[in-house]
Design a protein around this ligand. Structure first.
Ligand code: 5GP
Ligand code: ZN
Length: 134
């Protein structure tokens, strides 16, 4: 879909640190990470939100999120994971291409939800992305 950032990432027109991909989905690093390893899972086919995505793509995104969550534990040493979806502006959705946030949690980390997004260190994001992709 024209003017959609995440469709641009799927198409390869907008750079992203991708960590996994399958037939229906792509997982890549969030540029404003809430914690180390914060990733997003999106369907390749554009859908605005939770209410618009097809059941098949939703299931595929959930499975990809499970795979990334397992990686967060195995490769980054996460102690837990928050899986978050925001549906609609009043639920804090800011990018209108469905996505699941996979947010690794570390014992005692200071994160309070909902988080206030702030720019991450790109080298650190890339390093965490490489660990998740390995
Ligand atoms: P939402 O607020 O819709 O739940 O989440 C959108 C997420 O997309 C935010 O966490 C934001 O940091 C992330 N984001 C926005 N633009 C880009 C981008 O160009 N690249 C990447 N990798 N993430 C983005
Ligand atoms: Zn899109």
């Amino acid at each position: 879909m024209a003017d959609c950032i995440f469709c641009g990432i799927v198409a390869g027109d907008i750079p992203a640190t991708k960590v996994a991909e399958d037939e229906r989905t792509v997982a890549f690093m969030d540029i404003n990470p809430a914690t180390r390893g914060h990733a997003l899972v999106i369907p390749k086919r554009h859908a605005t939100d939770l209410l618009e995505i097809s059941p098949e793509d939703l299931a595929a995104c959930a499975q990809m999120a499970q795979r990334v969550a397992q990686k967060a534990k195995d490769a980054l040493g996460a102690d837990g994971v928050n899986l978050i979806n925001s549906c609609g502006p009043d639920a804090w959705q800011t990018v209108f291409h469905f996505h699941l946030h996979v947010i690794p949690r570390y014992k005692g980390d200071p994160l309070k939800l909902p988080w206030v997004p702030g720019p991450g260190d790109m080298d650190e994001i890339k390093a965490a992305g490489e660990a998740l992709a390995a």
